[in-house]
Design a protein. Structure first.
Length: 98
């Protein structure tokens, strides 16, 4: 599959809410209701997306498919459980040092 040049934006209304859109289409292609809910988009980065690309919190194949079918992909903020599971393990208990 051909890579898609993607523009990524973050929302000022909610932390860790991101919007991915094909760069060639731009924000003008999105519904006004979506932009009102999302807030004034803040551009983060442009990159080439292919279905097998590694992405931090979402599956690249799902993002690729959504861009092809809906024209955008919205990455929701992680849940509290996801945030906790991303935290490093606590250090080993040191009760034998004295």
């Amino acid at each position: 599959m051909t890579p898609i040049m993607v523009s990524t934006y973050k929302s000022p209304k909610k932390a860790e809410l991101y919007l991915f859109i094909p760069k060639e289409k731009g924000l003008e292609s999105l519904a006004d209701e979506l932009l009102v809910m999302f807030g004034e988009p803040e551009h983060i980065i442009d990159f080439d997306l292919s279905p097998n690309r590694k992405m931090p919190r979402c599956d690249a194949a799902q993002v690729y498919e959504a861009l092809q079918t809906k024209g955008y992909f919205m990455q929701m903020p992680p849940t509290e459980v996801e945030k906790i599971s991303d935290m490093p393990a606590p250090p080993p208990h040191l009760d034998n040092i004295f």
